[in-house]
Design a protein around this ligand. Structure first.
Ligand code: NOJ
Length: 432
């Protein structure tokens, strides 16, 4: 098997506005203010990495490390701070981000919704608001008008199933709801929003003769039985796997709100609304049957006994990425852009090996026929990890939060070497 990545393979990092930009006023910053106990290390996103001001230097640094692609999200609350009032200067900012990428030879990958909402929309019910698809489409159209001449890769919504679980089922993220009914409605609402944005991006792009590829970002987190010989453990994986790992994808293919979210009713624009598959992959999860976990559909997550764990407690198993890629390819036959893959690692002890082994798994999947177009590491720099605050470090680059000084970690150099040579070593090279 070759461990050489094709010349046109996109390679770089992924970020999201709320986690790196700083100075935001959206439903998340409101929750951080009003419910400080929700953030485990007591932090607020605040100035984050001050990337809104420092994006030129940050992109320059990544291009200097031979990255050829960069994923970022457009913050809706900046572009449309009040309903129907668009701020041209915010769109100019993102236009300059894209222009800077292009000047540096970096392919931009643009996300339209990465977990945060403007407060005016949150107050109307957020993704449950019947008008949210129309409003999201209008925002998507404005972004495509402004950036579409220079952006070919679009992501409508980041990880809808994760947002539905944490925001609507477990009540840990905005809007802090804990209801199975709200969880299902959120999935349905986001499917409608995705369909509307997919149509809007394509309509604007086609009117100008621009090319656009559109996907949502699918978080695949396959559940496996802790004890494969236990029928109960095996059974416990079935419903959550179908709902978290497949429902949204199948809805986007069939164009229907499939059960248990809907009764199979058609949604305009939803059918075949994936031009490629943006895949966020971190790990598989081991589960056992537990009557005490009705909200988790009786699947209780347990640390994998036989695998190393990240500082988030997530198992590290590169072959799980190969398996996921092969399963997704078999079922959907869509070219894949790995839109996130990374590891929480306080001291950069795990990351180099993680990168080498996961890119090795990508090479193995490609050798077996899966079309993988690129790999975006999560993330370029340590940033605000949602309810974990700043306690989890996913970055190739450390950020001193007092001075905002950036310091590349050893794993950044290794990743840069892979980006430059396109060769994935079979082990982490020993330095010195
Ligand atoms: C996926 C999310 O898209 C991103 O925002 C988050 O930081 C990473 N996972 C790590 O948890």
């Amino acid at each position: 098997m070759t461990r050489r990545l094709p010349d046109d393979f996109l390679i770089g990092c992924a970020t999201a506005a709320h986690q790196v930009e700083g100075g935001l006023d959206n439903d998340w910053s409101r929750m951080e203010r009003e419910h400080p106990q929700r953030i485990r290390d007591g932090s607020v996103s605040g100035m984050a990495c001050d990337h809104y001001a420092r994006y030129r230097a940050d992109l320059d640094q990544l291009a200097g490390m031979h990255h050829t692609a960069h994923r970022f999200s457009i913050e809706w609350s900046r572009v449309e701070p009040r309903q129907g009032i668009f701020d041209g200067s915010a769109l100019d900012h993102y236009r300059d981000v894209v222009r800077t990428c292009r000047l540096l030879g970096v392919e931009p990958v643009v996300t339209l919704h990465h977990f945060t909402l403007p407060t005016w929309l949150a107050d109307r019910g957020g993704v449950l608001d019947a008008d949210a698809p129309r409003l999201f489409a209008r925002f998507a159209a404005a972004c495509t008008e402004a950036l579409g001449d220079q952006v070919g890769w679009w992501i409508t919504i980041n990880e809808p199933a994760v947002l539905a679980v944490f925001g609507y089922m477990y009540g840990e993220w905005p809007p802090l709801q804990r209801s199975t009914r709200a969880f299902l409605s959120a999935l349905g609402g986001m499917a409608r929003m995705h369909a509307a944005a997919y149509t809007a991006v394509h309509t604007v792009a086609a009117a100008h003769g621009w090319t656009a590829r559109v996907s949502f970002a699918h978080h695949d987190r396959p559940l496996r039985p802790l004890n494969p010989r236990s029928p109960l453990d095996r059974a416990a994986t079935v419903a959550p796997n179908a709902l978290f790992n497949r429902w949204f994808l199948r809805a986007c293919r069939s164009g229907r709100l499939l059960p248990p979210v809907g009764r199979g009713q058609a949604v305009p624009g939803l059918g075949r609304s994936l031009d490629y598959l943006a895949l966020n992959f971190y790990c598989e999860e081991r589960v056992r049957f537990s009557r005490r976990h009705p909200r988790g559909m009786f699947a209780e997550s347990v640390p994998a006994p036989d695998l190393p764990l990240s500082s988030f407690g997530w198992s590290i198993d590169p072959d799980a990425l190969r398996r996921a890629l092969e399963r997704l390819w078999k079922e959907f036959r869509l070219p894949v852009l790995i839109a996130e893959n990374g590891v929480a690692d306080e001291n950069d002890e795990l990351r180099s090996r993680f990168i080498v082994d996961h890119l090795g798994a990508v090479c193995a999947a490609m050798a077996s026929g899966v079309e993988v177009r690129g790999y975006l590491h999560w993330s370029s720099m340590d940033n605000f990890e949602w309810a974990e605050g700043y306690s989890k470090r996913f970055g190739l680059i450390a950020v001193d939060r007092a001075t905002m000084q950036r310091t590349p970690k050893p794993s950044a150099a290794l990743f840069a070497e892979i980006c430059q040579t396109r060769v994935v070593p079979s082990a982490v090279p020993v330095v010195g």
